[in-house]
Design a protein around this ligand. Sequence first.
Ligand code: COA
Length: 381
Amino acid sequence: MSNPKQFDCGIASIGLKFPSLGLSVDELARVRGIDPDKFTIGLGCETIALCARGETVVDLGVDAARRALERWDGDLSDIGMIAVGTETAQDMSRPLSAFIAEQLGLDGAVRSYEVKHACYGGTLALRQGLEWKQSGAAGDKAALVIAADVALYGEQDGGEPTQGAGAVAFIIDKPLLASVDVRSFAWSKPAFDFWRPVGESYPRVEGKFSLDCYNDATQFCFEQLAETRGGIDAVIAEYEAFCFHVPFPKMVRKGVNRLGEAYAWSKEESSDFFDTYVDPTMDWNRMVGNCYTASLWIAVTNQLAAHKEGSRIAAFSYGSGYGAELLSLTVEAGAKHPAWLADVESDFAARKMISGEDYLELRSEGKPKLVTAPEPAVANL
Ligand code: COA
């Protein structure tokens, strides 16, 4: 279960970043002429985080990375890999990691790349950072792993109240804040549940089908974990919290309901499990909406700050297409002083809550602009 000594690596530092605007879903419902209960009760949403004009996914990733780097005892010269999980790619070829590394001043003997698998991309980047360290390929270098997204849907799309934006950055080095079990439990199945064809700005979603895929993946990942522990009761006894990818909170509740069906829990048992182990993990998610690759890791960082050393945290990652993975983390001593709480407090305090009318004006400017190459660089091609 725990990691062998030669695999002594994990999360050494954490930084988060949320954009400068917020919109309550009640306000969105008002200007869309929809019953707000649909968004708040039906979907479990509260607030959407939005980028202001000119604010981009690159800015979010850079700021999260700077925060993680500032509170780590190494520096840029100790980073040997930057991996960015995102579904807000700025270019078909140039990875988001290059846009971010450029701003950080990170170059040289560094492996730099972007990881794509819908909302699962951040988890894959994290696992690759860990496995790179665990394999010995990293030497004494550390990995900078970032999950960053701006999640926007078309205007009046059913997904509009679930929008959000944010970034989480991790330094993968010594397990000062958390260790991550080498063993995890993956499940994948090719599907078109949520996808974005090349050249299109907003996703296409088979909403109900994507719920089915998410529920299936939840059940099949948990069944694998339970098999190694001798049953689901042992799983529940082992962990202090169960974090999920959060497209919107009601979807997580449905995933838990599926677990309840699979294990023949009563309605009360299902509710107790959700209320005790799952609902508290989504406190920050409710404040920012769906941040795609960052969503699960927002919940996990919330829980790393909430539990004492030695506590076990389960993390269920899901990305449409689809791929899923259930990971296990252990809270380490350094999390006793969770410096990343300051990121959340300062970003939430500083952000401007906009009116529904302001939101409509923001959207009227059209699709978000991509971060593009400077003109001379294009001319030199
Ligand atoms: N008061 C309370 N609840 C209400 C309501 C009201 N006035 N009106 C509707 N609801 C409830 C519905 O009963 C439904 O709940 P249920 O699913 O428990 O039955 C929920 O609100 C959503 O209503 P629905 O009619 O299904 O909404 P929709 O067709 O507009 O779909 C989404 C909304 C968000 C579900 C859909 O757009 C979607 O699936 N989006 C993306 C999903 C996603 O992110 N997939 C990626 C997976 S990672």
